[in-house]
Ligand binder design. Structure first.
Ligand SMILES: [Zn+2]
Ligand SMILES: [Zn+2]
Length: 327
């Protein structure tokens, strides 16, 4: 199968049976949710509140340590993985050893190599440019903590929305993003799974141009990770409208991962703020249990790393074959 032509077609003909990814109705049942389900539905907003409070209350000498954000990101991700064990959404998404180790590999990659690359090639130069131009926004650090967190989230998410949308519209960018869409089940750490070029591109932001308080910046990054974590997690939580109108949920994002067709993935781009899709006209209602693309074959890490270079590799090998056949 030619993987490079999958953009515009639904490949349900690859030999493997691909069950239809039928968007499910909102909140799945007409009967009102039980008290237990209502409490489960409140898990994402309650966790967000808890995360913000912890960042506000922990002494600064601890929260401003560069390792604080790494520890917080891993702790919250493992918390969500724990919730998956108790409040499972779909048995077909149940995590196994292979999925867990793959996800963990990508999360470590994000906080090491990708993070360093972003610092070296993007945030560092942007910060140097800011100093050179004499740009200073000290008033930002004086704003209330929660306002700064909200501003960072808005800045990052605005960029991520358009980058993600461009990845679905522009073929070379799609080549970097496609591996994220070939994952065949969703879990709390799946937001980190993707080609390293995509992980780099999606991490770009203009936040370095502003003088945000470091702890507010860490808190915002942690909050974004938690929202995106819940939006990929196998947790049977459907948060109420006060949350799901603004923040991306697993319902929105599972529909973005639908295996129905490539075209059906072109909605709900907001990684953490579904509000962006509501504003820019790409919001779609529904959810999907069946996720993946084409024949829903699971890709290895090697395939995920090499996919953007596949057209070049194919061209090179075709040229070599032609060369050898004429000899
Ligand atoms: Zn996408
Ligand atoms: Zn995703």
């Amino acid at each position: 199968m030619d993987r490079n032509t999958q953009r515009n077609v639904s490949r349900n003909d690859g030999g493997t049976t691909v069950p239809a990814a039928v968007p499910l109705p909102s909140n799945t049942a007409d009967t009102p949710p039980s008290i237990r389900q209502k409490l489960i539905n409140l898990l994402p907003p309650a966790t967000l509140l808890g995360v913000v409070l912890i960042w506000m209350l922990v002494p600064r000498e601890l929260s401003s340590n560069p390792w604080a954000i790494v520890i917080a990101a891993f702790t919250t991700s493992f918390f969500l993985l724990g919730l998956e064990q108790v409040f499972e959404r779909h048995e077909s998404w149940r995590i196994n050893r292979r999925e867990f180790l793959t996800d963990l590999f990508y999360m470590v990659l994000m906080y090491t190599a990708v993070g360093w690359a972003v610092e070296l090639l993007a945030d560092g130069p942007l910060y140097a440019l800011k100093s050179q131009l004499g740009l200073a926004t000290p008033w930002i650090a004086q704003l209330p903590f929660v306002v700064q967190v909200a501003l960072v989230i808005l800045l990052i998410e605005f960029g991520q929305y358009w980058m993600h949308r461009a990845m679905h519209d522009i073929y070379p960018l799609w080549l970097t993003h496609a591996p994220h869409h070939y994952i065949t089940q969703l879990n709390a750490m799946k937001g980190f799974v993707g080609n390293p070029i995509e992980l780099f591109l999606i991490s770009l932001s203009v936040v370095a141009l502003f003088d945000f308080d470091l702890v507010a910046l860490f808190c915002a990054i942690n909050v974004l990770g938690v929202i995106s974590g819940f939006a990929h997690a196998n947790i049977a939580s459907n948060p109420p409208l006060f949350y799901s109108y603004i923040f991306t949920t697993i319902r929105h994002h599972s529909l973005h991962h639908t295996a129905l067709s490539y075209e059906d993935t072109r909605c709900n781009y907001g990684n953490s703020l579904i509000l962006m899709d509501r504003i820019f006209g790409t919001y779609r209602e529904g959810e999907s249990e069946i996720v993946g693309q084409d024949d829903r074959r699971r890709w290895s890490i090697y395939e995920q790393f090499m996919f953007p270079f596949q057209p070049l590799i194919d061209r090179f090998s075709k040229g070599r074959d032609k060369g050898s056949s004429t000899n």
